[in-house]
Design a protein around this ligand. Sequence first.
Ligand SMILES: *Cc1c(COP(=O)(O)O)cnc(C)c1O
Length: 582
Amino acid sequence: MSDEDGQYFYHPLENIEDVELFYEAVERNHLTKAISPERPYTYWTIELYDQKNGIRGGGGLGVLAADTRRVAEKMNIPFALITPFYPYETHQVVENGMVRDEHVPVNYKDFGFKFIDTVNVKCCDNLCKLDVIEKKFKNTRIIAITEPNFGELYSGMSGSDHRLYQEVALGFGGYAALKLLGLKPAIMQLNEVATFFAALARLDELVRNGMDFYEAVVYTRKHTLYTNHTLVQAAEAEFSYEQFEKYVFPNLKSTAVKKWIADKFDGGRIKLSSVTIEIAELRSGVSKLHARVANYHDIAGNKVKFKAVTNGIDMNTWVLPEIMEFYHSFGILDEFNAPTTNYVEKLGNLSGGEIRDLKKTGRKVLNEVLKGRPDHNGRILHFTDDDFIFDFKRRFVDYKRPELPFRDPVRLRNILEERGAHYIIAGRVHAGDKVMSGKLRKLLETVAADEYLRDHVHYLPDYDEKLAYGLSVGSNAAINVPIVGLEACGTSWMKDVANLNFLISTHDGGVADASASSYLNVSGSSEEEELDMLYQRMEEAMAASENDFDLEYILQQQLKAYLPVISGARMLKDYLDYLFPK
Ligand SMILES: *Cc1c(COP(=O)(O)O)cnc(C)c1O
């Protein structure tokens, strides 16, 4: 770490070693004073991906939110997640090689949510009435706001009136919902800037209740954490002053707060990140690399520092129960699913035979999932224990390079043919993304044009949690090749490492938290070099799967390097350490 780097905060992975001391602290001292059932940790998110509870997200941001709550539940931390319940969700279907969206209505009553009451937000001279609904899980809960015309997740353009309405409804409506339930936030974690209005609602309330304006700003700043998932501020959508006059100002009671926010406009436009930075003194990025490179400036023009808190996953949700049983019985993970102090040594128990047995169990689960999920040709897939499966499962966005392995279809075919291997692609194209639906169409054409690829490459439409789980537990090697520098963290690869798959990846996002020798690294000084290395790594993975020594070595290395990163308990512990320093 250079001196220059020293100005940034680093996530201290070493701290995982005092994890037991930490849990004692959670139970006995300062944290329980700061956080209580009436003063929970509050987590605000425009996206939640929790299909079991009727809420379907778009990708990693929502999965992270759901996992964070589940980890809090397991760690018995009073936690309230506040999010919209969207009355419609989007599904993707493939027809004649073209992807099409379908909109399906969902009702919260079908998912065990309880109606609490209604709250109002003002927009365009109207009162919008929002239902407040709630579902409890031990010491945690999901509080959602909704109404029949709320629309879908990410519907419309990102600077549109409807998006602003959704964000204002979540912030002001969600804050009113907390009051309704008699809750005060111990901390407000803003999962990206779409949740900014929750902090603004709090500031307004403090001032309205008689607190001096500057004191209220300081108080709000000290209790608000802005978690950034994006790299460049420039790419963010803006809102106009006129839009704020319609949707935001009517919801503010304090003229001082109105003036404060009005002053933040630049040429009649505002980026929510710039005001979120002003209202949140605590700021985090989602991997070591991301926290270092995220390029944000405050209104005074100073570069913003982000504390690195690498995302983790809820291992109970994403890891095959039999593999979790293995981790627990050998003392690799503790009761909260954080790595034990001697997990590295204990990983020596992971033998080739054990890996094969566990992967067989995972393969059965995958076959079950696939029964209801035909591929793009309408085929129901079924794999034997010996089939080698590569997967690429992530949103179809350009920087993730889903089509990279298809640049040289002949070489890809030769690799797959060596071992009769299959290649599964699962990932949704963002509604209206013409570039990526074009790339997907082209990819499917490339596959269709080759007799061998046609039978061994499968696109599974409508990527969701079930497919993510099935593929994580049931395939053999995951391909994760974002353009280096563009992935904030990524969590799919964590599901793969934890489920004993080979990780073939570029050194980016959370993968770059550990050294590039920890997994099957893809690098190069040009895309051609990277592609060449990707193909080599695919061959290497297939060969290693047939050789116990290599199989054990590679998978043990991956787990040694990444179990602490992957652990959701580690993530929440890092957040709590940052929010409530001892
Ligand atoms: C885990 C998961 C993600 C996360 O994807 P990344 O590309 O790793 O950020 C997205 N969608 C679903 C359905 C997932 O299960």
